[in-house]
Design a protein around this ligand. Structure first.
Ligand code: UD1
Length: 425
């Protein structure tokens, strides 16, 4: 198992390039199931979750060529040989987003057998809204031995209302609706940039989708789609994390290939806290001068403050001047990082869905353990801020969603290194 060692207290300097977004790449790859022929996907991040998803595609009988173009990861994918319709427990268990194959499989093959994801570190995270939507489109559903079995000769368009905006739920049903018979309307749909870019790609493949980026998405079903070339958008969560890394470590960096328009809520909060941020085309310049001020945060669906940056923001608030209330409204158990950040001397109290963070003068390095993907990023930031050595174990969580994080930070002046350990965790 790998661990990260960080010697904190060194300001950052230089530039960091943002990779393609994991949460955009996964649904874009799932969309290749909808039609045979070669797709060309570039700017794909090198991440464990992407590797897991490609493994699943191969198990479905899909051909994948994983290549490089100018240091860019490029995928060539052809699902002409699609022959299997099952996503097994072993894969879904390690990555919930495997459920993204459900909609495309039922739409194209008329059947799918997908393991139910079960609970995860950050809450129950059911898929009931995905299933209700498919049922409304005419799919027959059976729950058997921990699997959901869906079948339909051809899905038909339907009006679907989401009780809560769900990102992968919207993506699943939008994909399914593209080749259903008739029109579908998704109401209270997710508006995340990852949903929008997927919809744009589907339109490029011949789908007829309107209302992307709004709560009402209309899809006119077509008989057939065609393959396409697509570029993955930059990862707004990775960009936000590096902006906050400057807040933690101090210094100034340029973040290359960040879409500032996808980060408006985050930029507004960080500016309020006292970070200097300048937008220059696709780049962002970040500088920290003096101690940050506490701000309150409430996570919300896009365009609100993203839950995937809540843990990292909490690390910043741990050393800011004043008191900050951080409220998590998306997931019910997303404060696993609190106990770990406390080990470095932070003063944080959890009350229900809020964490009350009283800024302290500084953190001190300690051994900590990563508990989930974004929690591990918050610990890296805490390590950068803390005096002395912080050792983070279980960094496989980080590798699911951050490409070469320690290399990017080290190139910007951080003292951070990966080490192999004898211990199995
Ligand atoms: C996606 C992102 C994840 C991010 C999350 C919220 C991907 C691969 N993952 O996850 O990084 O943290 O959005 O921005 O894109 N819900 C239900 N029933 C459902 C589906 C969802 O009750 O059928 C609830 C969830 O429990 C949660 C809320 O809806 O409370 C939002 O979850 P959702 O948007 O579905 O998250 P994911 O798509 O799994």
């Amino acid at each position: 198992m790998d661990q990260l060692k960080i010697e904190g207290g060194r300001p950052l300097k230089g530039s960091i390039r943002i990779s393609g977004a994991k949460n955009a790449a996964l649904p874009v790859i799932a969309a290749t199931i909808l039609t045979g022929g070669w797709f060309h996907i570039n700017n794909c991040p090198r991440l464990r979750d992407i590797d897991t998803f490609l493994k699943l595609l191969k198990e479905l009988g899909i051909e994948v060529i994983d290549g490089t173009d100018d240091d860019d990861r490029c995928l060539e994918i052809d699902s002409s040989g699609l022959s299997n319709h099952e996503a097994a427990y072993e894969l879904v268990r390690t990555m919930r987003a495997s459920v993204l194959v459900l909609g495309p499989l039922v739409a194209r093959m008329g059947k799918a057998r997908i393991s139910l994801p079960g609970g995860c570190a950050i809450g129950a995270r059911p898929i009931d809204l995905h299933l209700k939507g498919l049922e409304k489109m005419g799919a027959r559903l059976k729950l058997k031995e921990g699997y959901v079995e869906a079948s339909a000769s051809r899905l038909k368009g339907a009006e679907i209302y989401f009780d809560t905006p769900t990102v992968t739920g919207t993506e699943n049903l939008m994909m399914a609706a593209t080749i259903a018979k008739g029109a579908s309307v998704l109401k209270n749909a997710a508006r995340e940039p990852e949903v929008v870019t997927l919809g744009e790609m589907l339109n490029h493949m011949g789908a007829r989708i309107r209302g992307l980026g709004t709560p009402t998405i209309t899809i006119e079903g077509v008989n057939e789609l065609r393959p396409a070339a697509w570029r993955i958008i930059p990862d707004r969560i990775e960009a936000g994390t590096y902006m906050m890394a400057v807040g933690a470590a101090g210094g100034e960096i340029t973040i290359n290939d960040a879409h500032a328009e996808h980060l408006q809520a985050v930029i507004a909060k960080l500016k309020c806290a006292g970070l200097q941020i300048e937008e220059a085309g696709p780049n962002l310049f970040i500088r920290k001068k003096g101690r940050l001020q506490s701000v309150d945060i409430k996570t919300l669906p896009y365009p609100g403050f993203p839950t995937d940056l809540q843990a990292q923001m909490m690390t910043l608030m741990a050393t800011a001047e004043g008191l900050s209330v951080i409220t998590e409204t998306i997931f019910e158990n997303r404060f696993m990082h609190v106990a770990e950040i406390r080990r470095l001397g932070a003063d944080i109290k959890v009350e229900g869905r809020s964490a009350i963070v009283r800024g302290v003068n500084g953190l001190k390095g300690a051994p900590v353990m990563a508990t989930d993907l974004r929690a591990s990023a918050s610990l890296v930031l805490a390590g950068l801020a803390a005096k002395g050595m912080t050792t983070i174990s279980r960094v496989y969580h980080l590798d699911r969603g951050y490409e070469a994080m320690e290399k990017k930070l080290a190139a910007a002046g951080a003292r951070i290194a990966r080490e192999k350990t004898e211990t199995p965790y």
